[in-house]
Structure formats: structure tokens, C-alpha cells
Design a protein around this ligand. Structure first.
Ligand SMILES: [Mg+2]
Length: 379
């Protein structure tokens, strides 16, 4: 089998998240045997598409798509010279997902079976609360709705507005109380039956992060996520030693080399690779195996588009050291609807094993004709 063409499909969502627009880039790899593979990355579709068309496509065309490890190593070498930790690795991630989709289709099996088979009957999920209910305004009502859906773990980021006020450089008592309030209220209403993960998006300095972590301790959050930026993991390790609460960081780390330091310095209790960023399914599987040697669980970051959601389900089905999979109900109940040939929706807090062959999902062809979708083809 040979790769004959690569389609780059930019999907503009018109949604700003944090600093900028978050668009999805879908990649469809075509082969001379008629099999196609679907991949995805985000958020800067133009940059990632540029890396594919300029750097990756020339070395992929004409090659056997089933030689996934060889192609990954060749792509990584091609972008290594000028620094790879950005659009280049996100582009490789999208290609890698598409190659696994082809491999699954060629074998007639779901991807998780190629990874080593199912390690569970269903995948436990938590909900990240980009939601129609504002967790700042109505945290308990939001938690009640999730509990009614059978979801007993949720992620919120109530300290972000405070970080915007102070640049993350200071926090006074009133601001601390304001940031804690949603966690306090949910903990008061539900106790341990609703786990609350606290997300900080890397906005804080180390002294503030230590203070906030200490203030969170009585309310037993599920974890504290990305309190500091990820660029000095030794500082994160110091933070970890200052609190008894579990920390996580790493959705933005890339490759097995990027995760090595995090694992070695024991800064995080949960490891959180994003398949669309870390280097694809291949790299996420390797990172998970490395984490297993440190007895650490994986909670895949799954906050992108519908193809990431499907790919994450396959990885989560397989990993022996999975703890829980991120999901966003606003995505799977709303924004993903109508984009793929199949919806993957959790029920009672569990996502069923994803179908195959390959990813088990395709883009609906009518999506390609929408005005917010722009397709180019390289062959
Ligand atoms: Mg996060």
C-alpha cells in the first residue's frame, strides 16, 4: 500500500478559548488501495497545515502507511533541526492518528485491538465544564445535572478570573475566598460523591500556587492541574512537595522526551498526554508505558475535536494504567453532532468501547461543503 494524497480540512469554529481562536484541522490520508485515514489536531489549523504541506507531505507521499513507527521517526527527524515543539509536533500527531486509522481498517479491527486489546469493558469519564451552566454562578446546579447523568467527576477553573486580575503574581484573602467558593459549595453539597478537579491553566507563580494549594486542601479536590506553566518542571516538583494534594500537568508536553523529566522528578501524580499534541497515538502509548514504570496513571487530555475524542477512546480502552478520560458534554451533546458518521456519547459516566475498524468514525461528506470548512489536497 502507498500513500497517494493528503487532504487538509480546516474547520473554523468561531470560538475563542483562552488567548485565541481554536480551530480544528482534520487530515485525511489517501492510499492507492482506496483506504483512507482520518486524523486531527488543533488549535492553529493554518500553522499545522503549513507544517504538513511544507515538511511532512513530501516524505509521506509514495510511502507505505502501515510502517507507522518508521514514518513517525522520519517525520520527527525532518522537523527536529529547527525545533519541533509546536505546530510541527501537532502536525505529526494528526498524521499519526490517520496512519493508525488506516492500519485498523487494513486489519479490519478497531485501533484499540491493534494497541494490545481492551483492558476494560467501558471507559470511566469526567466532565470538563465548558458548559451552558456557569460553574462560577451555579456550581451546585451544574454538579447536580452532571450527577443526574451519572457523572461523578468534574473539572472547573474558578481561580482564572483572579489570575487575570493580578497576572497570577499575587492573591489576597478575598480573591482566595472567591476562587475557592465553587469548590467549597460543591464539596459541601456532595462530599466525596462528586470529585472536583481544579484547573489553573498555568497562570500562577510558585508562591501563589503553594498558597492556593494549601487553601484547597480541606475540600479534597481530585487534583490540582497545571498551577504553574510547564517550562520549569523542577518548580512544579517543589510545589508537589508543598502540598498533600495530587498534582497533574502535561497536556501541552510533547513526545516521550518531553515527558521524561516530568516522570523522573515526580512532579505529577497523574499524567495527561493529548493525542493531538504529544505525537499521536504512537507517542501517547509510549508515554503511558513510561508512566507505568513509575506506577503513575494516565488521564488523557481530550478537549479538542471529535476525532481526538474517538482516538482518545481507543487509547483509553487499551491502557492498563488509565485512571479516567476527560470528556466535555457540550462537545459530545452539541458541537460534535453531525460532524462524524457516529457519535461517541458516555452513558451514566462511562463511555463504551469505540467501534472499528480503525477509528470507527468518518467525516460526514456534507461537512466538507459548509462555509466554515476549507479543504486543500496535496498529491
Ligand atoms: Mg488542562
Amino acid at each position: 500500500m502507498k500513500i497517494t494524497g493528503i487532504e487538509l480540512i480546516r474547520y473554523s469554529r468561531g470560538i475563542r478559548v483562552h488567548a485565541g481562536e481554536v480551530d480544528w484541522l482534520w487530515v485525511r490520508i489517501h492510499t492507492d488501495e482506496g483506504l483512507t485515514g482520518l486524523g486531527e489536531t488543533y488549535p492553529c489549523a493554518d500553522a499545522e497545515a503549513g507544517a504538513i504541506s511544507r515538511e511532512l507531505a513530501p516524505l509521506l507521499l509514495g510511502r507505505d502507511p502501515l510502517c507507522i513507527d518508521r514514518l513517525w521517526a522520519d517525520m520527527f527527524l525532518a522537523v527536529n533541526y529547527h525545533g519541533w515543539a509546536g505546530a510541527e509536533l501537532r502536525a505529526i500527531s494528526a498524521i499519526d492518528i490517520a496512519l493508525w486509522d488506516i492500519a485498523g481498517k487494513a486489519a479490519g479491527r478497531p485501533i484499540y485491538q491493534l494497541l494490545g486489546g481492551a483492558s476494560r469493558d467501558a471507559i470511566p469519564v469526567y466532565n470538563t465544564c465548558y458548559d451552558h451552566i456557569d460553574f462560577l454562578a451555579e456550581p451546585v446546579r451544574l454538579a447536580e445535572e452532571l450527577a443526574a447523568m451519572g457523572i461523578h467527576a468534574m473539572k472547573i477553573w474558578p481561580f482564572d478570573p483572579v489570575a487575570k486580575e493580578t497576572g497570577g503574581q499575587s492573591i489576597h484573602h478575598g480573591q482566595m475566598e472567591r476562587g475557592l467558593l465553587p469548590l467549597k459549595l460543591i464539596h459541601g453539597a456532595f462530599g466525596p460523591s462528586m470529585q472536583v478537579a481544579m484547573e489553573f491553566h498555568g497562570y500562577w507563580n510558585l508562591p501563589c500556587a503553594k498558597k492556593i494549594a494549601q487553601a484547597c486542601e480541606p475540600y479534597e479536590p481530585m487534583w490540582l492541574e497545571e498551577m504553574l506553566p510547564q517550562d520549569n518542571l523542577a518548580a512544579y516538583s517543589e510545589l508537589a512537595r508543598s502540598t498533600r494534594l495530587p498534582l497533574t500537568i502535561s497536556e501541552r508536553l510533547m513526545t516521550r522526551w518531553g515527558f521524561r523529566e516530568l516522570l523522573e522528578n515526580r512532579a505529577a501524580s497523574t499524567i495527561m498526554p493529548d493525542i493531538c499534541w504529544c505525537g499521536g497515538i504512537s507517542e501517547a502509548k509510549k508515554i503511558a508505558a513510561m508512566a507505568e514504570t513509575y506506577y503513575l496513571p494516565i488521564a488523557p487530555h481530550n478537549c479538542g475535536g471529535p476525532v481526538l475524542h474517538a482516538a482518545s477512546a481507543h487509547l483509553a480502552a487499551n491502557l492498563t494504567n488509565l485512571s479516567i478520560l476527560e470528556t466535555v458534554r457540550r462537545h459530545y451533546l452539541d458541537e460534535y453532532r453531525g460532524l462524524l458518521t457516529r457519535d461517541l456519547i458516555p452513558e451514566q459516566g462511562w463511555l463504551g468501547l469505540p467501534p472499528g475498524p480503525g477509528l470507527g468514525v468518518e467525516l460526514r461528506e456534507e461537512v466538507l461543503t459548509r462555509p466554515n470548512v476549507h479543504t486543500t489536497r496535496i498529491s
